[in-house]
Design a protein around this ligand. Structure first.
Ligand SMILES: [Zn+2]
Length: 238
């Protein structure tokens, strides 16, 4: 077998993937692709909940997203750094799972962990292909890297139709009860479930409109698109 999974989503924190590309993972699983999630941190720095609680929640969310494999590395939460050691931790996972596609966070972000996870993930994908970097497993370089750009204010390269999956994606996000359950204390940092729901649907609707569908998730790719048949290019112009 050439690869253990088809699509691997890498993100800094448990619940990042649920917010930025959970619908795409659900759709990928629905069309028969094998999907996986690698969270770089365990969530010990969160204002609410413990790392152990978040581990349970992440497992539940993975089940809702029909993901076959999910693990968290032990990078310090709030201090994700692009070091050789951290790259090697990701390289070991890449060589074990051998994904064809890797989804990374977009490289500019408000949260430094998100931005660093992007460059760290990219460099790990590069290093994973170097035969002379020995980890006990054969080298592997993903064919494609795409960047989940939901929280970046820019025009995506493409969007994925998630119209059939928005409810399940929201349920996966709400599996993080320690983070999102309605609670009086906690100030403005934690918004009630209804507001989160409205925001996630509004964003998905915005990107859906760009793609001519109801709900969608946006991605950026650094490469240009390559077209075989002009008559099959989706998204109507006028
Ligand atoms: Zn995050």
């Amino acid at each position: 077998m050439n690869s253990q999974v088809d699509v691997l989503a890498i993100a800094a924190h448990r619940d990042d993937v649920e917010q930025t590309c959970g619908g795409t993972l659900l759709h990928s699983a629905a069309i028969g692709l094998r999907t996986a999630i690698l969270d770089l941190t365990q969530g010990e720095a969160g204002t609410r909940g413990s790392a152990a609680e978040r581990a349970e929640e992440a497992e539940k969310a993975a089940g809702l997203l029909n993901v076959g494999w999910r693990q968290a590395l032990d990078l310090p939460d709030g201090r994700v750094e692009n070091t050789w050691e951290n790259r090697l931790k990701i390289v070991r996972v890449l060589r074990e799972l051998r994904p064809r596609v890797v989804i990374l966070p977009y490289w500019q972000a408000r949260h430094p962990d998100h931005a660093t996870a992007s460059t760290l993930g990219y460099e790990a994908c590069f290093v994973a292909g170097l035969a002379k970097v020995e980890t006990g497993a054969p080298p592997h370089r993903p064919f494609k890297i795409v960047y989940a750009s939901l929280y970046a204010d820019l025009r995506p390269s493409f969007v994925v139709d998630i119209s059939s999956y928005v409810e399940r994606r929201f349920a996966a996000l709400m599996a993080y009860r320690s983070q999102y359950e309605n609670q009086a204390p906690g100030g403005t940092l934690f918004v009630p479930q209804e507001e989160i729901r409205e925001k996630t649907l509004a964003l998905a609707r915005h990107y859906g409109i760009l793609g001519g569908v109801r709900y969608a998730e946006p991605f950026v790719q650094k490469e240009v698109g390559l077209i075989e048949d002009l008559t099959l290019i989706p998204v109507q112009s006028i």
